[in-house]
Design a protein around this ligand. Structure first.
Ligand code: SF4
Length: 344
């Protein structure tokens, strides 16, 4: 990605946050339409290929063994199951398939297995993304040689607020992995979570960390905390909806070419709030009914919303849409036959 601006200062980012709401959105929207196709949204599907049993202590995550109600740990998914899930995602319109594993860092043996999964995704004609925890330089290079398109590794929050959320690793660990990923030639997906008890200044500082990297991440997911019972941050004060929209707008202004993704938490957002986020510059969503361990918006509801807003899914044309819609009909037919059998 072409280098854009990476010398943002705190004061000017706070000034953006403090602009009148409509002015900020107008500026962000202008930046958006100058740099991206209007009314187009990229859809990605996220699959948990290895759930739970994670030794890290991220205060928002039920996959952590430190949670009071940790989710049951599962082994790494089989290649056949990954292929099945990837086909469903492709037929629903996803152009990128992201696979997440709850590891502090992957073993070299697990990297071998993930590389086979990446091949499966590519053979289905989709872009690949993985999120596996911290990587060594050598592991990043191996993933790059496998043709992996994106690596996700979120910074979550500001450097200052980080230790209140996670204590088993530090901010520099995150930045090191991002550095290895970038220098290996893999595209970077990195963002944050709002609602971790952070201040406005923390939000501004998170965006500065991302926008002041040597190159902007190609994708920046902005999550709204999904509060899970048993996690340390359960019952945290929720972020105000308009503050969330403003953060999307500021992200768009600071990183004009980046895909800004509405990620976790979208299930609880109203259609109007999502519409405001799209106007403010969000142009990517996670698609599919589950995001690792939290629920997501149903695919049909998303399709209805995109249609109400006159938005198109990136990478679909009449031919691919016809193919996908026939696949969806096949699945629905099978589902109806199954239901009829149950009724009878
Ligand atoms: S967010 Fe990731 S690294 Fe943190 S506890 Fe959950 S699975 Fe582990």
């Amino acid at each position: 990605m072409k280098k854009i601006r990476n010398n943002w200062k705190l004061k000017e980012v706070l000034n953006l946050f403090n602009m009148p709401f409509n002015e900020l959105l107008f500026e962000a929207h202008n930046s958006h339409i100058k740099n991206h196709k209007k009314d187009t949204v990229q859809v990605c599907t996220l699959l948990s290929i290895k759930t739970g049993g994670c030794p890290e202590d991220c205060g928002y995550c039920s996959q952590s063994i430190h949670s009071d109600n940790p989710i049951e740990a599962t082994p790494l998914m089989s290649l056949e199951e990954v292929e099945k899930q990837a086909k469903i995602a492709r037929d629903q319109g996803s152009t990128r398939f992201c696979m997440g594993a709850a590891w502090r860092r992957p073993s070299n043996k697990n990297i071998d297995r993930v590389i086979k999964m990446i091949d499966v995704v590519h053979n289905l004609g989709m872009e690949s993304c993985v999120t596996l925890g911290m990587l060594s330089e050598d592991q990043a290079n191996r993933l790059s040689r496998s043709g992996l398109n994106y690596y996700n590794h979120n910074l979550d929050t500001s450097r200052e607020h980080y230790e209140k959320v996670i204590s088993t690793r530090n901010y520099q660990d995150r930045l090191n992995t991002l550095k290895y990923v970038r220098s290996s030639g893999i595209k970077v997906c990195s963002g944050g979570i709002l609602g971790l008890g952070e201040s406005l200044e923390d939000r501004a500082k998170l965006l500065i960390e991302l926008a002041n990297l040597e190159e902007h991440p190609e994708s920046v997911p902005i999550n709204m905390l999904v509060q899970i019972e048993g996690t340390r941050l359960y019952e945290n004060e929720k972020i105000d909806e308009l503050e969330f929209v403003k953060t999307i707008a500021v992200t768009r202004i600071m990183m004009p070419k980046t895909y800004v993704r509405l990620s976790a938490g979208r299930e609880s957002m109203s259609e109007s709030m999502q519409a405001l986020c799209f106007y403010a510059g969000a142009n990517s969503v996670f698609y599919g009914e589950e995001l690792l361990t939290t629920p997501n918006v149903e695919v049909e509801k998303d399709r209805e919303l995109f249609s109400k807003l006159g938005m198109n899914i990136e990478g679909t044309n009449k031919k691919t849409e016809k193919f996908r819609s026939s696949k969806r009909k096949d699945t629905e037919k099978k589902h109806n036959i199954h239901n009829l059998k149950l009724i009878n």
